[in-house]
Write a protein that binds this ligand. Sequence first.
Ligand code: LLP
Length: 449
Amino acid sequence: MQVYPHVEIDGQKRLVIGGIEASKLARKFGTPLYVYSEDAIVDRMREYVLTMRDLYPFGHVAYASKAYLTLRMAQLVAEEGLWLDVVSGGELFIAMKGGFPPERIIFHGNNKTFEELEMAVAAGVGRIVIDSLDEIKRIERVAAQKKRRQDVLLRLTPGIDAHTHKALATGEIDSKFGIPMHQNQHVQAALMVLQAPHLNFLGVHCHIGSQIFETAPFAMAVKTMLNFIFEFQKRTGILISELDLGGGLGVPYTEEEPELGVKPYLEVITSTLLSESERFGLPPLRLFVEPGRSIVAQAGVTLYRVGTVKELPNGTVVAAVDGGMADNPRPMLYGAKYRAILVTGGRDRSPRPVRIVGRNCEEGDTLIEEAWLPPLRPGDILAVLVTGAYQYSMSSNYNALPRPAVVHVRDGQALLVVEREKYADLILRQRLVTPVKSMNSTNAKSASF
Ligand code: LLP
Protein backbone atom coordinates (compact mmCIF):
# COMPACT_ATOMS: atom_id res chain seq x y z
CA MET A 1 0.00 0.00 0.00
CA GLN A 2 1.37 3.39 -0.97
CA VAL A 3 1.33 5.90 1.89
CA TYR A 4 3.03 8.66 -0.11
CA PRO A 5 4.90 8.44 -3.41
CA HIS A 6 7.83 6.02 -2.86
CA VAL A 7 6.81 5.51 0.79
CA GLU A 8 4.97 2.21 1.12
CA ILE A 9 3.77 -0.43 3.54
CA ASP A 10 4.53 -3.84 2.05
CA GLY A 11 2.61 -7.14 2.30
CA GLN A 12 4.31 -7.95 5.60
CA LYS A 13 3.32 -4.55 7.02
CA ARG A 14 6.87 -3.24 6.80
CA LEU A 15 7.56 0.40 5.99
CA VAL A 16 9.58 0.68 2.79
CA ILE A 17 11.13 3.95 1.61
CA GLY A 18 12.36 4.11 -1.97
CA GLY A 19 12.62 0.32 -2.08
CA ILE A 20 14.51 -0.09 1.21
CA GLU A 21 13.01 -1.32 4.46
CA ALA A 22 12.99 1.50 7.02
CA SER A 23 14.16 -0.83 9.80
CA LYS A 24 17.29 -1.68 7.81
CA LEU A 25 18.07 2.04 7.40
CA ALA A 26 17.62 2.58 11.14
CA ARG A 27 19.96 -0.33 11.89
CA LYS A 28 22.59 0.79 9.43
CA PHE A 29 22.61 4.54 10.09
CA GLY A 30 21.18 4.75 13.62
CA THR A 31 18.35 6.91 14.94
CA PRO A 32 17.04 9.56 14.87
CA LEU A 33 17.45 9.56 11.11
CA TYR A 34 16.11 11.82 8.39
CA VAL A 35 15.35 9.69 5.33
CA TYR A 36 14.36 11.06 1.91
CA SER A 37 13.17 9.29 -1.17
CA GLU A 38 15.11 11.06 -3.90
CA ASP A 39 12.77 9.63 -6.49
CA ALA A 40 9.88 11.33 -4.70
CA ILE A 41 11.73 14.67 -4.69
CA VAL A 42 12.68 14.37 -8.35
CA ASP A 43 9.18 13.26 -9.40
CA ARG A 44 7.66 16.28 -7.66
CA MET A 45 10.14 18.67 -9.28
CA ARG A 46 9.31 17.18 -12.68
CA GLU A 47 5.58 17.44 -11.97
CA TYR A 48 6.03 21.14 -11.26
CA VAL A 49 8.20 21.81 -14.30
CA LEU A 50 6.07 19.82 -16.76
CA THR A 51 2.76 21.17 -15.47
CA MET A 52 4.11 24.70 -15.70
CA ARG A 53 5.35 24.06 -19.25
CA ASP A 54 1.90 22.80 -20.27
CA LEU A 55 -0.05 25.59 -18.67
CA TYR A 56 2.22 28.56 -19.20
CA PRO A 57 5.34 28.33 -21.36
CA PHE A 58 6.74 31.58 -19.93
CA GLY A 59 6.82 30.10 -16.43
CA HIS A 60 9.72 28.95 -14.23
CA VAL A 61 9.86 26.98 -11.01
CA ALA A 62 12.35 28.00 -8.33
CA TYR A 63 12.81 25.62 -5.40
CA ALA A 64 12.75 27.47 -2.05
CA SER A 65 15.85 26.02 -0.45
CA LYS A 66 14.89 27.08 3.08
CA ALA A 67 12.62 24.02 3.18
CA TYR A 68 15.60 21.66 2.88
CA LEU A 69 19.06 22.29 1.51
CA THR A 70 22.13 20.09 1.41
CA LEU A 71 24.89 19.82 -1.19
CA ARG A 72 23.08 16.83 -2.68
CA MET A 73 19.75 18.67 -2.82
CA ALA A 74 21.40 21.61 -4.61
CA GLN A 75 22.82 19.13 -7.10
CA LEU A 76 19.40 17.54 -7.69
CA VAL A 77 17.66 20.87 -8.20
CA ALA A 78 20.39 21.91 -10.63
CA GLU A 79 20.07 18.66 -12.59
CA GLU A 80 16.31 19.05 -12.91
CA GLY A 81 16.74 22.54 -14.34
CA LEU A 82 14.78 24.46 -11.71
CA TRP A 83 15.79 27.83 -10.33
CA LEU A 84 16.71 28.18 -6.64
CA ASP A 85 15.53 30.62 -4.01
CA VAL A 86 18.06 31.37 -1.24
CA VAL A 87 17.66 33.73 1.72
CA SER A 88 21.13 34.02 3.18
CA GLY A 89 24.82 33.93 2.42
CA GLY A 90 24.83 30.47 4.00
CA GLU A 91 22.21 29.07 1.63
CA LEU A 92 23.99 30.73 -1.28
CA PHE A 93 27.28 29.14 -0.16
CA ILE A 94 25.78 25.63 0.09
CA ALA A 95 24.05 26.02 -3.29
CA MET A 96 27.26 27.09 -5.02
CA LYS A 97 29.30 24.35 -3.33
CA GLY A 98 26.69 21.91 -4.62
CA GLY A 99 27.42 23.21 -8.11
CA PHE A 100 24.25 25.23 -8.56
CA PRO A 101 24.53 27.74 -11.43
CA PRO A 102 24.39 31.25 -9.89
CA GLU A 103 22.46 32.69 -12.83
CA ARG A 104 19.46 30.58 -11.77
CA ILE A 105 19.57 31.78 -8.14
CA ILE A 106 17.05 34.23 -6.69
CA PHE A 107 18.41 35.93 -3.57
CA HIS A 108 15.84 36.90 -0.94
CA GLY A 109 15.82 38.26 2.59
CA ASN A 110 14.36 41.15 4.54
CA ASN A 111 17.71 42.22 5.99
CA LYS A 112 20.57 41.07 3.81
CA THR A 113 23.95 42.21 5.08
CA PHE A 114 26.47 44.12 2.99
CA GLU A 115 28.70 41.06 2.95
CA GLU A 116 25.85 38.91 1.66
CA LEU A 117 25.00 41.44 -1.04
CA GLU A 118 28.63 41.61 -2.09
CA MET A 119 28.78 37.84 -2.20
CA ALA A 120 25.58 37.61 -4.25
CA VAL A 121 26.58 40.30 -6.76
CA ALA A 122 30.11 38.90 -7.10
CA ALA A 123 28.71 35.39 -7.64
CA GLY A 124 26.45 36.72 -10.38
CA VAL A 125 23.11 35.58 -8.95
CA GLY A 126 20.22 35.74 -11.39
CA ARG A 127 17.97 38.01 -9.32
CA ILE A 128 18.17 39.89 -6.06
CA VAL A 129 14.78 40.55 -4.55
CA ILE A 130 14.74 44.00 -2.97
CA ASP A 131 12.79 44.04 0.27
CA SER A 132 12.94 47.69 1.40
CA LEU A 133 13.74 51.25 0.40
CA ASP A 134 17.02 51.04 2.36
CA GLU A 135 18.01 48.04 0.32
CA ILE A 136 17.62 49.84 -3.01
CA LYS A 137 20.47 52.14 -2.04
CA ARG A 138 22.51 49.33 -0.54
CA ILE A 139 22.34 47.08 -3.60
CA GLU A 140 23.01 50.00 -5.94
CA ARG A 141 26.18 50.79 -3.96
CA VAL A 142 27.40 47.21 -3.99
CA ALA A 143 26.66 46.76 -7.71
CA ALA A 144 28.42 50.06 -8.51
CA GLN A 145 31.48 48.98 -6.51
CA LYS A 146 31.57 45.68 -8.35
CA LYS A 147 30.93 47.43 -11.68
CA ARG A 148 27.94 45.21 -12.37
CA ARG A 149 24.38 45.86 -13.45
CA GLN A 150 22.34 43.60 -11.16
CA ASP A 151 18.98 42.15 -12.22
CA VAL A 152 16.47 42.82 -9.46
CA LEU A 153 12.87 42.22 -8.48
CA LEU A 154 10.96 44.33 -5.99
CA ARG A 155 9.11 42.49 -3.24
CA LEU A 156 5.69 44.00 -2.61
CA THR A 157 3.23 43.26 0.18
CA PRO A 158 -0.21 43.04 -1.39
CA GLY A 159 -2.36 43.01 1.74
CA ILE A 160 -3.86 39.55 1.31
CA ASP A 161 -5.04 37.20 4.04
CA ALA A 162 -3.99 33.68 3.02
CA HIS A 163 -5.93 31.94 5.85
CA THR A 164 -2.91 30.18 7.28
CA HIS A 165 -1.09 30.05 10.64
CA LYS A 166 -0.21 33.57 11.82
CA ALA A 167 3.52 32.77 11.79
CA LEU A 168 3.28 31.67 8.16
CA ALA A 169 1.26 34.60 6.76
CA THR A 170 3.43 37.15 4.96
CA GLY A 171 1.04 38.85 2.56
CA GLU A 172 -0.69 41.11 5.04
CA ILE A 173 -0.02 44.81 4.83
CA ASP A 174 1.81 44.96 8.18
CA SER A 175 4.16 42.08 7.37
CA LYS A 176 7.86 42.60 8.10
CA PHE A 177 8.55 41.58 4.51
CA GLY A 178 8.46 43.68 1.37
CA ILE A 179 7.22 47.13 0.49
CA PRO A 180 3.55 47.67 1.31
CA MET A 181 1.21 48.35 -1.60
CA HIS A 182 -0.08 51.20 0.43
CA GLN A 183 -0.21 54.95 -0.13
CA ASN A 184 2.02 54.74 -3.20
CA GLN A 185 5.07 53.46 -1.29
CA HIS A 186 5.46 50.69 -3.86
CA VAL A 187 5.22 53.09 -6.82
CA GLN A 188 7.86 55.29 -5.27
CA ALA A 189 10.10 52.29 -4.68
CA ALA A 190 9.73 51.11 -8.28
CA LEU A 191 10.66 54.57 -9.54
CA MET A 192 13.72 54.61 -7.28
CA VAL A 193 14.86 51.25 -8.63
CA LEU A 194 14.42 52.50 -12.19
CA GLN A 195 16.61 55.50 -11.45
CA ALA A 196 19.42 53.43 -9.94
CA PRO A 197 22.05 53.10 -12.69
CA HIS A 198 23.39 49.71 -11.57
CA LEU A 199 20.03 48.03 -11.02
CA ASN A 200 18.10 46.39 -13.83
CA PHE A 201 14.44 46.41 -12.76
CA LEU A 202 12.86 43.27 -14.16
CA GLY A 203 9.79 42.72 -12.09
CA VAL A 204 7.84 42.37 -8.91
CA HIS A 205 7.57 39.66 -6.29
CA CYS A 206 5.09 38.72 -3.60
CA HIS A 207 4.76 35.78 -1.23
CA ILE A 208 1.46 35.72 0.61
CA GLY A 209 2.35 32.92 3.01
CA SER A 210 2.96 29.24 3.45
CA GLN A 211 0.83 26.11 3.97
CA ILE A 212 -2.10 27.54 1.95
CA PHE A 213 -4.90 25.20 0.83
CA GLU A 214 -7.27 27.62 -0.90
CA THR A 215 -6.98 28.85 -4.46
CA ALA A 216 -8.67 32.23 -3.90
CA PRO A 217 -5.72 33.96 -2.14
CA PHE A 218 -3.39 32.99 -5.02
CA ALA A 219 -5.86 34.33 -7.60
CA MET A 220 -6.17 37.51 -5.56
CA ALA A 221 -2.39 37.89 -5.45
CA VAL A 222 -2.14 37.61 -9.24
CA LYS A 223 -4.93 40.14 -9.73
CA THR A 224 -3.44 42.64 -7.28
CA MET A 225 0.02 42.41 -8.83
CA LEU A 226 -1.27 42.65 -12.41
CA ASN A 227 -3.37 45.62 -11.53
CA PHE A 228 -0.23 47.33 -10.24
CA ILE A 229 1.78 46.36 -13.33
CA PHE A 230 -0.98 47.81 -15.54
CA GLU A 231 -1.31 51.05 -13.54
CA PHE A 232 2.46 51.48 -13.46
CA GLN A 233 2.66 51.10 -17.21
CA LYS A 234 -0.16 53.60 -17.70
CA ARG A 235 1.60 56.13 -15.49
CA THR A 236 5.20 55.70 -16.62
CA GLY A 237 5.04 53.90 -19.95
CA ILE A 238 7.35 51.25 -18.48
CA LEU A 239 6.44 47.60 -18.80
CA ILE A 240 7.31 45.36 -15.86
CA SER A 241 8.11 42.04 -17.47
CA GLU A 242 8.40 39.54 -14.59
CA LEU A 243 6.13 38.40 -11.82
CA ASP A 244 7.36 36.14 -9.03
CA LEU A 245 4.54 34.82 -6.85
CA GLY A 246 6.61 33.12 -4.14
CA GLY A 247 5.61 29.73 -2.76
CA GLY A 248 2.98 28.57 -0.32
CA LEU A 249 1.18 25.50 -1.66
CA GLY A 250 -0.09 23.59 1.39
CA VAL A 251 0.76 19.96 2.10
CA PRO A 252 -1.34 17.57 4.19
CA TYR A 253 0.62 16.10 7.10
CA THR A 254 -2.14 13.82 8.36
CA GLU A 255 -4.99 11.91 6.72
CA GLU A 256 -7.51 14.51 7.95
CA GLU A 257 -5.88 17.49 6.21
CA PRO A 258 -7.00 18.49 2.69
CA GLU A 259 -4.79 18.44 -0.39
CA LEU A 260 -4.79 21.09 -3.11
CA GLY A 261 -2.15 19.63 -5.43
CA VAL A 262 0.37 21.06 -7.88
CA LYS A 263 -1.91 21.17 -10.91
CA PRO A 264 -4.89 23.03 -9.37
CA TYR A 265 -2.41 25.43 -7.73
CA LEU A 266 -0.60 26.22 -10.99
CA GLU A 267 -3.89 26.26 -12.89
CA VAL A 268 -5.38 29.00 -10.76
CA ILE A 269 -2.23 31.11 -11.00
CA THR A 270 -1.69 30.74 -14.73
CA SER A 271 -5.35 31.02 -15.77
CA THR A 272 -5.77 34.17 -13.67
CA LEU A 273 -2.56 35.54 -15.11
CA LEU A 274 -3.66 34.84 -18.69
CA SER A 275 -7.12 36.32 -18.27
CA GLU A 276 -5.91 39.41 -16.39
CA SER A 277 -3.12 40.03 -18.91
CA GLU A 278 -5.69 39.89 -21.69
CA ARG A 279 -8.05 42.19 -19.82
CA PHE A 280 -5.30 44.77 -19.35
CA GLY A 281 -3.84 44.24 -22.81
CA LEU A 282 -0.47 43.24 -21.36
CA PRO A 283 1.92 40.85 -23.15
CA PRO A 284 2.59 37.54 -21.35
CA LEU A 285 4.85 38.12 -18.38
CA ARG A 286 7.66 35.85 -17.32
CA LEU A 287 6.32 34.02 -14.28
CA PHE A 288 8.14 32.44 -11.33
CA VAL A 289 6.75 30.33 -8.51
CA GLU A 290 8.90 29.33 -5.52
CA PRO A 291 7.60 26.12 -3.94
CA GLY A 292 9.56 24.72 -1.02
CA ARG A 293 7.43 22.54 1.22
CA SER A 294 5.40 20.91 -1.55
CA ILE A 295 8.57 19.60 -3.24
CA VAL A 296 10.18 17.90 -0.25
CA ALA A 297 7.67 17.46 2.60
CA GLN A 298 6.16 14.10 1.66
CA ALA A 299 9.48 12.73 0.41
CA GLY A 300 10.88 12.76 3.96
CA VAL A 301 10.40 10.43 6.92
CA THR A 302 12.10 10.63 10.32
CA LEU A 303 12.98 7.37 12.09
CA TYR A 304 13.15 7.28 15.88
CA ARG A 305 13.73 4.60 18.47
CA VAL A 306 11.32 4.35 21.40
CA GLY A 307 13.13 4.52 24.73
CA THR A 308 10.78 4.90 27.65
CA VAL A 309 7.08 4.09 27.87
CA LYS A 310 5.07 5.40 30.81
CA GLU A 311 1.46 5.43 31.89
CA LEU A 312 0.55 8.71 33.58
CA PRO A 313 -1.84 8.95 36.55
CA ASN A 314 -4.57 10.22 34.20
CA GLY A 315 -4.24 7.07 32.10
CA THR A 316 -2.40 8.65 29.15
CA VAL A 317 0.33 6.45 27.76
CA VAL A 318 3.45 8.38 26.83
CA ALA A 319 6.22 6.98 24.65
CA ALA A 320 9.49 8.91 24.49
CA VAL A 321 11.64 8.72 21.37
CA ASP A 322 15.34 9.50 20.92
CA GLY A 323 14.69 12.81 19.11
CA GLY A 324 12.17 15.61 19.55
CA MET A 325 11.92 19.37 19.29
CA ALA A 326 15.62 19.69 18.39
CA ASP A 327 15.14 17.75 15.14
CA ASN A 328 11.52 18.81 14.62
CA PRO A 329 10.49 22.11 16.22
CA ARG A 330 7.31 22.42 14.13
CA PRO A 331 4.80 20.96 16.62
CA MET A 332 5.97 23.42 19.25
CA LEU A 333 6.23 26.42 16.91
CA TYR A 334 3.08 26.02 14.86
CA GLY A 335 1.07 23.32 16.62
CA ALA A 336 1.84 21.15 13.57
CA LYS A 337 0.24 17.70 13.45
CA TYR A 338 2.05 14.55 12.33
CA ARG A 339 1.34 10.92 11.70
CA ALA A 340 3.49 8.05 12.98
CA ILE A 341 3.81 4.44 11.89
CA LEU A 342 5.36 1.59 13.84
CA VAL A 343 8.19 0.28 11.71
CA THR A 344 9.13 -2.84 13.62
CA GLY A 345 7.06 -5.38 15.53
CA GLY A 346 3.60 -4.89 16.96
CA ARG A 347 1.75 -6.45 14.08
CA ASP A 348 -0.17 -8.65 16.48
CA ARG A 349 -1.09 -5.81 18.85
CA SER A 350 -4.18 -3.65 18.30
CA PRO A 351 -3.82 0.17 18.16
CA ARG A 352 -4.24 2.32 21.25
CA PRO A 353 -3.81 6.06 21.78
CA VAL A 354 -0.32 7.14 22.78
CA ARG A 355 1.38 10.51 23.15
CA ILE A 356 4.72 10.59 21.39
CA VAL A 357 7.11 12.86 23.21
CA GLY A 358 10.69 13.90 22.52
CA ARG A 359 13.74 13.67 24.74
CA ASN A 360 14.35 17.39 25.11
CA CYS A 361 14.06 18.89 28.58
CA GLU A 362 10.83 20.80 27.96
CA GLU A 363 7.39 19.70 29.03
CA GLY A 364 5.99 20.95 25.71
CA ASP A 365 8.29 18.73 23.66
CA THR A 366 5.52 16.57 22.23
CA LEU A 367 5.79 15.37 18.65
CA ILE A 368 2.30 13.87 18.41
CA GLU A 369 -0.39 14.53 20.98
CA GLU A 370 -2.39 11.41 20.17
CA ALA A 371 -1.14 8.73 17.82
CA TRP A 372 -3.02 5.46 17.43
CA LEU A 373 -0.41 2.72 17.49
CA PRO A 374 0.01 -0.84 18.75
CA PRO A 375 1.26 -0.67 22.36
CA LEU A 376 4.84 0.51 22.12
CA ARG A 377 7.83 -1.14 23.74
CA PRO A 378 11.35 0.14 24.30
CA GLY A 379 13.42 -0.55 21.21
CA ASP A 380 10.54 -0.19 18.73
CA ILE A 381 11.30 1.94 15.67
CA LEU A 382 8.78 4.65 14.82
CA ALA A 383 8.53 6.55 11.58
CA VAL A 384 7.09 10.06 11.63
CA LEU A 385 5.84 10.82 8.13
CA VAL A 386 5.94 13.99 6.01
CA THR A 387 9.03 15.41 7.70
CA GLY A 388 10.91 16.45 4.57
CA ALA A 389 10.30 20.21 4.81
CA TYR A 390 11.49 22.64 7.49
CA GLN A 391 12.77 19.91 9.80
CA TYR A 392 16.43 19.36 9.02
CA SER A 393 16.72 23.03 8.04
CA MET A 394 15.20 24.18 11.35
CA SER A 395 16.92 21.63 13.58
CA SER A 396 19.03 22.72 16.52
CA ASN A 397 21.48 21.32 19.05
CA TYR A 398 19.21 22.13 21.99
CA ASN A 399 20.28 20.16 25.06
CA ALA A 400 23.54 19.57 23.15
CA LEU A 401 21.95 16.81 21.10
CA PRO A 402 23.99 16.06 17.98
CA ARG A 403 21.94 16.52 14.81
CA PRO A 404 20.76 13.32 13.07
CA ALA A 405 22.23 12.02 9.82
CA VAL A 406 20.42 12.52 6.50
CA VAL A 407 20.08 9.61 4.09
CA HIS A 408 18.69 9.74 0.57
CA VAL A 409 17.32 6.61 -1.06
CA ARG A 410 17.51 6.37 -4.85
CA ASP A 411 16.86 3.32 -7.01
CA GLY A 412 16.99 1.09 -3.95
CA GLN A 413 20.36 2.49 -2.87
CA ALA A 414 20.96 4.41 0.38
CA LEU A 415 23.20 7.48 0.12
CA LEU A 416 24.57 9.14 3.25
CA VAL A 417 24.08 12.83 2.47
CA VAL A 418 24.84 14.33 5.89
CA GLU A 419 26.79 12.48 8.58
CA ARG A 420 25.40 12.25 12.08
CA GLU A 421 26.99 14.90 14.28
CA LYS A 422 29.42 13.73 16.94
CA TYR A 423 29.92 15.12 20.43
CA ALA A 424 33.16 16.67 19.19
CA ASP A 425 31.13 18.72 16.67
CA LEU A 426 29.32 20.36 19.57
CA ILE A 427 32.51 22.08 20.72
CA LEU A 428 34.16 22.55 17.35
CA ARG A 429 33.87 26.36 17.48
CA GLN A 430 34.25 26.69 21.24
CA ARG A 431 37.41 27.78 23.00
CA LEU A 432 38.41 26.99 26.52
CA VAL A 433 39.49 30.49 27.53
CA THR A 434 41.14 31.66 30.71
CA PRO A 435 41.17 35.34 31.64
CA VAL A 436 44.66 36.74 32.23
CA LYS A 437 45.20 37.38 35.95
CA SER A 438 46.25 40.95 36.75
CA MET A 439 46.93 43.26 39.69
CA ASN A 440 44.40 45.97 38.87
CA SER A 441 41.51 46.64 36.51
CA THR A 442 43.53 48.96 34.17
CA ASN A 443 45.95 46.14 33.50
CA ALA A 444 43.12 43.71 33.09
CA LYS A 445 41.62 45.96 30.45
CA SER A 446 44.82 46.35 28.48
CA ALA A 447 45.52 42.63 28.75
CA SER A 448 42.24 41.71 27.18
CA PHE A 449 42.65 43.92 24.09
N1 LLP B 1 9.31 32.12 -1.28
C1 LLP B 1 9.45 32.94 -0.22
C2 LLP B 1 9.82 34.33 -0.43
C3 LLP B 1 9.23 32.45 1.08
O1 LLP B 1 9.37 33.26 2.11
C4 LLP B 1 8.88 31.09 1.26
C5 LLP B 1 8.68 30.53 2.60
C6 LLP B 1 8.77 30.27 0.12
C7 LLP B 1 8.99 30.82 -1.13
C8 LLP B 1 8.43 28.81 0.20
O2 LLP B 1 7.16 28.60 0.72
P1 LLP B 1 6.55 27.11 0.78
O3 LLP B 1 6.28 26.66 -0.65
O4 LLP B 1 7.55 26.23 1.43
O5 LLP B 1 5.31 27.26 1.58
N2 LLP B 1 9.11 27.24 8.81
C9 LLP B 1 7.74 27.25 8.38
C10 LLP B 1 7.58 27.72 6.95
C11 LLP B 1 8.15 29.11 6.73
C12 LLP B 1 8.05 29.54 5.28
C13 LLP B 1 8.84 30.77 5.03
N3 LLP B 1 8.86 31.19 3.67
C14 LLP B 1 7.16 25.84 8.56
O6 LLP B 1 7.86 24.96 9.06
O7 LLP B 1 5.99 25.60 8.28
